[in-house]
Design a protein around this ligand. Structure first.
Ligand code: SAM
Length: 425
């Protein structure tokens, strides 16, 4: 199969049927295309459909005369949603061409009866025969429960900014470790190759799918969003210090630190052995060790100069890159994450030596997982103070307990970061 529309339908089907994450699936198909324009169309169709999933479903259900999306199988649902997305959003493609393509595909992968349904549905949508009105949560394609929860937690202006950001196409960034200390000047990193250097010597924005593939072949890049690349620059450097990254996998930050500061010793701990093994293969540095243990009940006896805690979180800062979260995250999951984060923070705090640092960070914008958690922690732990150091040239969104990287300003995820210092009581 090398038709970009058919592949997009297959990926969206797996998103519906198996709760699959779409990014690894999209990347796994890039090699099947000779022409990068096909890769780009497939990518746009998948992300566009998933980002607008709830809104497109509303359009489909309004126009489906006698049935409802949920009464169809996952393949039929995917076909309908991807085709509506192309018709409504990819306005450079003539509407007749879009309708023709999906009718032909549906004849091939479903049956004649269903292809007639697709034909009628798309033609009616093209003629706008019905009026569809959207509630705000549908407009942003976020599940209603999560929208209500966030409306209570976040100022309206910020929530709208976050959700508008979630609908835009996202950017892909890589980190090239051989440039961390500015040692190598490799021609692969020239702007003509579709890579744009941003903020740090090792950080690049990939401008095209072609750049992504070329970069992979030549430079062994680490895919890492700009937000977390900024965050790792905020972690304090303690010369010859000992570092513990308590929830480290896939070890993007700890591998950066081991490379940037060869004189430190860093231990990457995580509960997930498979992810740790992969990280160990990818990041080989003598000052970087790997341990598999539960961060809450860890058996570490000694204390460290720097403890890093980047725990599992609701991921609400990453909606643009991981639109699945808008559909799948809910209040029950957030409650259990909060408890886990609280427990992990307590354990992490015990592992910080006197005058040492505890860096807490998440890729969510939920105050309950960030500043409110830190505020509550500090109420009981007078032996810790806030000591977050900012970075020249970068504007953060600040509050009394930490800083946010503003995803809409820096064209990346939103990310929370704070440094606590253990002091004598
Ligand atoms: C947000 S990710 C960390 C990303 C990492 N800091 C990086 O830069 O690559 C959170 C990690 O916590 C790990 N985790 C979840 N529960 C854990 C537990 N009880 N103990 C240790 N690690 C855990 C997950 O396996 C996941 O890899």
């Amino acid at each position: 199969m090398n038709n970009p529309r058919e592949i997009a339908i297959e990926i969206v089907k797996r998103f519906i049927e198996d709760d699959a994450w779409v990014t690894p699936l999209i990347r796994s198909y890039y090699k099947t295309f000779r022409d990068h324009r096909d890769s780009e169309l497939m990518t746009e169709l998948v992300y566009g459909t998933v980002k607008n999933y709830i809104k497109l479903s509303k359009v489909a259900n309004t126009y489906l005369a006698r049935s409802n999306l949920n009464s169809l199988n996952a393949l039929q649902q995917a076909l309908i949603l991807v085709s509506i997305y192309e018709l409504l959003y990819l306005t450079k493609i003539p509407e007749y061409a879009t309708i023709h393509s999906y009718v032909e595909i549906s004849k091939k992968i479903t049956n004649t009866r269903f292809s007639k349904l697709i034909n009628a549905l798309l033609r009616n949508i093209q003629r706008r025969t019905k009026k569809v009105e959207f509630e705000p949560y549908e407009e942003f394609s976020i599940n209603k429960e999560l929208y209500i929860y966030l409306s209570r937690k976040l100022p309206t202006e910020f929530l709208n900014k976050l959700l508008n950001h979630s609908l835009e196409p996202h950017k892909v960034y890589v980190r090239c470790d051989n440039l961390i200390n500015g040692e190598v000047n490799d021609s692969i990193f020239a702007p003509s190759c579709g890579l744009e250097n941003v903020l740090f010597p090792e950080t690049f924005l990939l401008k095209t799918v072609a750049a992504l593939l070329r970069c992979k072949e030549c430079a062994n890049p680490v895919f890492q969003d700009l937000s977390t690349q900024i965050a790792q620059h905020l972690i304090p450097y303690v010369p010859r210090g000992t570092y513990l990254d308590l929830t480290s996998a896939p070890c993007l930050k700890s591998s950066y630190l081991s490379k940037r500061y060869p004189d430190i010793l860093i231990i990457s701990n995580d509960l997930n052995l498979k992810k740790l093994r992969r990280a160990k293969e990818n990041f080989v540095m003598q000052n970087h060790l790997f341990v598999c243990s539960d961060a809450v009940r860890t058996a570490f006896k000694k204390t460290f100069d720097v403890v890093i805690l980047d725990p599992p979180c609701s991921g609400l800062g990453t909606l643009r890159r991981k639109p699945e979260i808008k559909i799948r995250m809910n209040v029950e999951k957030i409650e259990s994450l909060k408890e886990l984060q609280r427990n992990m923070l307590n354990t992490a705090s015990r592992l910080v030596r006197q005058n040492g640092y505890l860096c807490y960070m998440t890729c969510t914008v939920n105050p309950e997982e960030n500043e409110e958690l830190i505020q509550n922690f500090l109420k009981h732990r007078k032996d810790f103070i806030i000591e977050t150091t900012k970075m020249n040239g970068i504007e953060f969104l600040e509050n009394a307990y930490g800083i946010y990287i503003d995803g809409s300003k820096y064209d990346c995820d939103f990310f929370f970061f704070t440094t606590l210092r253990r002091v004598e009581q």
